[in-house]
Design a protein around this ligand. Structure first.
Ligand code: XBP
Ligand code: MG
Length: 253
């Protein structure tokens, strides 16, 4: 029986990467006097590495091999990342980044239907709290029975660890849940944990390989702005994701 919905955050609940995380990284680089600048296409490449600290290390290795690394490079990365989190959460508090279409509607409906809600993300816990508070509801954090985020597991997506951690906390089996993801790394993580997954693509991820997803959609859709289904299983279908539709997909209808 379907008991819980587990949500990725970045790219799934909101389009946070291009206009949230990316400028926050750049603001941190400027603050530290670094001439690193992540433009939109470069950031798309860097997203292959999940986790902000891991992404910065990867950038230096791949794109700035001649940059003289200080002896305390790991400390610098940690400091940069703290600054980036500060910039990012301030951006959310100041104007917010809106939730994607259908997200708030589905969360409200799922709660009312008695489904358990959870978060499984590689991003920093403070970022999740800020997004839920400023873009969902003042008490948005309380809507979720578990918030699995950041460094609580050492191996980030596509490793299944963050999902396995959330399942253990909830005391649920993978086949009692559905996951929501926007990226191939996210889908692989959920699949490796044995959780069937609905994918909503965005500009950075629409060319990813989503083989094995339960459904691949433009977004969750609203009655006045329906999604288009992109996977071969239901290509061209339009609609909006509600609990009834999720239960049908879950049951294999
Ligand atoms: C999200 C990420 C994160 C964010 C930045 O991936 O990869 O690294 O880009 O967050 P997913 P931090 O949506 O698959 O969870 O800087 O806090 O790591
Ligand atoms: Mg994501």
């Amino acid at each position: 029986m379907l008991k819980a919905l587990l949500f990725d955050v970045d790219g799934t609940l909101a389009d946070t990467e291009r206009d949230g995380h990316r400028p926050a990284f750049n603001a941190a680089f400027r603050e530290f006097g670094l001439d690193w600048e992540w433009d939109v296409p470069l950031y798309g490449e860097l997203l292959a590495v999940t986790g902000g600290k891991e992404r910065m290390r990867h950038y230096v290795e791949r794109h700035r091999p001649d940059w003289p690394r200080p002896a305390d490079f790991d400390d610098l990365v940690a400091e940069l990342h703290r600054a980036k989190t500060r910039h990012y959460t301030r951006m959310l508090a100041e104007g917010g980044i809106p939730l994607r279409p259908g997200v708030k509607r589905l969360l409200e409906e799922a709660r009312a239907a008695g489904l358990i809600l959870g978060v499984a993300t590689t991003t920093t816990p403070d970022n999740v709290t800020a997004l839920l508070r400023h873009s969902l509801a003042e008490d948005g954090e309380q809507w979720f029975a578990v918030i699995a985020a950041g460094d609580i597991v050492p191996a980030k997506k596509p490793a299944p660890d963050i999902y396995l951690w959330a399942l253990e906390r909830l005391g649920l089996a993978p086949d009692e849940c559905l996951a929501f993801e926007d990226s191939e790394n996210g889908l692989r993580a959920a699949q490796a944990a044995g959780i069937r997954t609905v994918v909503t693509v965005n500009d950075y991820t629409r060319t990813h390989d989503f083989t094995g997803a339960l459904a691949v959609l433009t977004d969750l859709g609203e009655p006045h702005a329906p999604y288009t289904r992109l996977d071969a299983g239901g290509s061209g279908e339009t609609g909006w994701v509600d609990v009834k539709r999720l239960r049908a997909w879950y049951a294999g209808a």
